[in-house]
Design a protein around this ligand. Structure first.
Ligand SMILES: [Fe+2]
Length: 363
């Protein structure tokens, strides 16, 4: 599955600058699994000419059950070559020693935070459970990170980590593995930059994108599906395997100041055994947008204006996106609300397989 991603990128004529893996390379810190996936990702980086490859340590990347070492939960993951989580030795040392590292590039920075930092440690008691059953960020880490963030301003701020920052009990009824201290972390990050963060996390294997807590600068939270794990998501979910290509919008100038905005190309591992564009029925369909926060009335008004301005009896969503970029960057959930509103106004919406292929027409 990972082995065919270079071909997918070539076919789509896409050249990602970064390859980002939000953790759990193998199952239960399997040395063979970790080595295989890390090798495959490095091969992918070289094959497509990506500049950077970084990972985030997941709960399955640390040998917290001491299956392969009697005393060192980091033995396997630290033995990987090239070094994990990637880039320079100094950055890897920072990640393992301080539980985070910051990659600063041009007008953006990426904070890579180790939410599994205390796995293999911690008290075990009935009240708190086992440390490896959830993520954690400590107060000391938050303070150090906040102090580092204050040293410079960046247009875009991205948080890469493994565990989700708040509980996702709307997906799994019994779900307590979120990052302890995650809500506090996100509040402090938003407070530090006075801007909306883009958060990438894994762990749940459940593709979803929405906004977190906070006023108009609530973070965009991207829960990445798993590229290759064969698992069912519990009683309420059976998530697809997905991979993504994420692109930030060039400018917020014509987006009413909303930032970050961007689009996500999304592919799923199809029954035919190839990466195929994720259909509109998926939680993160191909062409997913994020960043503009319009309510249903505002979005429906803009769709209606795009249809009227076209002078045609119908418009494809793609045409409406081109005419009004604010519509392109609506979350899938907000797009659904806009469609609900349009139908209430007696417009007809026919969904295409891809979101941009949907058609809006007068009933
Ligand atoms: Fe995980």
């Amino acid at each position: 599955m990972i082995g065919s991603l270079a071909e997918l990128m070539a076919n789509e004529d896409l050249k990602p600058e970064w390859i980002v893996c939000p953790g759990d390379l193998g199952d239960r810190a399997s040395p063979e699994g970790q080595a295989f996936v890390w090798r495959e990702l490095n091969s992918l980086k070289n094959a497509i000419g990506a500049t950077h490859l970084v990972g985030a340590a997941g709960n399955h990347d640390l040998d917290s059950r001491f299956a392969n070492s009697g005393f060192d939960p980091l033995q396997n993951i630290k033995s990987l070559r090239p070094l994990f989580p990637g880039r320079t030795q100094a950055e890897c040392d920072q990640y393992w020693a301080r539980h985070y590292v910051i990659y600063e590039q041009a007008d953006y920075r990426i904070v890579n935070l180790n939410s599994s930092a205390f796995h293999g440690y911690g008290k075990v008691d009935d009240k708190n459970g086992k440390e490896f059953e959830f993520g954690r960020v400590s107060e000391q880490t938050i303070d150090a990170l906040k102090s580092d963030l204050a040293k410079a301003d960046f247009r875009y701020n991205i948080l890469l980590t493994h565990h989700h920052i708040v509980s996702n009990q709307h997906i799994y009824a019994e779900e307590y593995s979120e990052m302890r201290g995650g809500g506090r972390l996100m509040h402090r990050l938003s407070e530090a930059t006075r801007s909306s963060w883009f958060v990438i996390h894994g762990h749940l294997h459940f593709p979803e994108i929405d906004y977190g807590r906070g006023a108009s600068i609530a973070p965009v939270v991207f829960s990445a599906g798993s590229a290759s794990a064969r698992s069912s998501g519990g009683a309420s979910a059976s998530p697809p395997n997905q991979v993504y290509f994420l692109e930030l919008a060039d400018s917020s100038d014509n987006l009413d100041g909303w930032s970050p905005c961007g689009t996500i190309r999304s592919w799923y591992w199809s029954p035919e055994g190839v990466w195929a564009p994720s259909p509109a029925t998926h939680k993160i369909p191909d062409g997913t947008g994020f960043g503009t926060r319009l309510n249903a009335k505002q979005a429906a008004d803009r769709f209606e204006n795009a249809l009227t301005a076209s002078g045609e009896p119908y418009v494809y969503f793609q045409e409406a996106f081109d005419a009004d970029p604010l519509l392109r960057y609506l979350l899938p959930g907000d797009l659904d609300l806009a469609v609900f509103e349009l139908r209430k106004r007696s417009f007809k919406v026919t969904f295409g397989v891809q979101r941009a292929d949907s058609i809006l027409r007068k009933a």
